[in-house]
Design a protein around this ligand. Structure first.
Ligand code: HEC
Length: 132
């Protein structure tokens, strides 16, 4: 065997080895992606998009910021926000968000609540004014 033929043979085997290795890498990737997919299908979603409801979000906000002036005993301006039914009616009428976002006449009168809190009430409305 001459020198040139040996070099050719060597590079052929190196090429073959390289091809084999890249195939293994590709197959390896595909396998792990498939098993990851299979896994995610089996397990329940750890972070489902939760609906905002009166019980899980809105009630606490209204209790903290509104009911001292708008309750069954003291229904200031005819607004009662200490029960689901009455709070839903005010939210449905549009007056709750109108006053919570008002800059010249905000509710509570002490000043607008943080945007994230107002957005929680908007989400409650968008999600269909659910009780629980
Ligand atoms: C410190 C007492 C106080 C608090 C707390 C308060 N309000 Fe009021 N609210 C009033 C008063 C007084 C009025 C009537 C005067 C006016 O409209 O500005 C009123 C009026 C309103 C009206 C208007 C009613 C109409 O006929 O248009 C809405 C709606 C309202 N409040 C919602 C809220 C909401 C929602 C909150 C909590 C985020 C809240 N209020 C917190 C005192 C309060």
């Amino acid at each position: 065997m001459n020198y040139k033929a040996t070099i050719k043979k060597k590079s052929f085997y190196i090429g073959l080895l390289y091809l084999l290795m890249s195939t293994m890498v590709l197959v390896g990737c595909e396998t792990s992606t498939l098993s990851e997919l299979a896994e995610s299908e089996e397990e329940p979603d750890p972070d489902p998009i939760a609906l905002v409801t009166y019980d899980n979000t809105a009630k606490a906000i209204l209790d903290n910021a509104c009911i001292e002036c708008h309750n069954t005993v003291i229904p200031t301006a005819g607004i009662i926000l200490d029960s689901f039914e009455t709070a839903r009616a005010v939210a449905e009428s549009g007056r709750m968000i109108a006053r919570m976002t008002s800059t010249n006449n905000p509710m509570p009168p002490s000043g607008n609540l943080p945007n994230s809190i107002i957005e929680d009430i908007m989400d409650w409305i968008d999600d269909g004014l659910l009780e629980n």
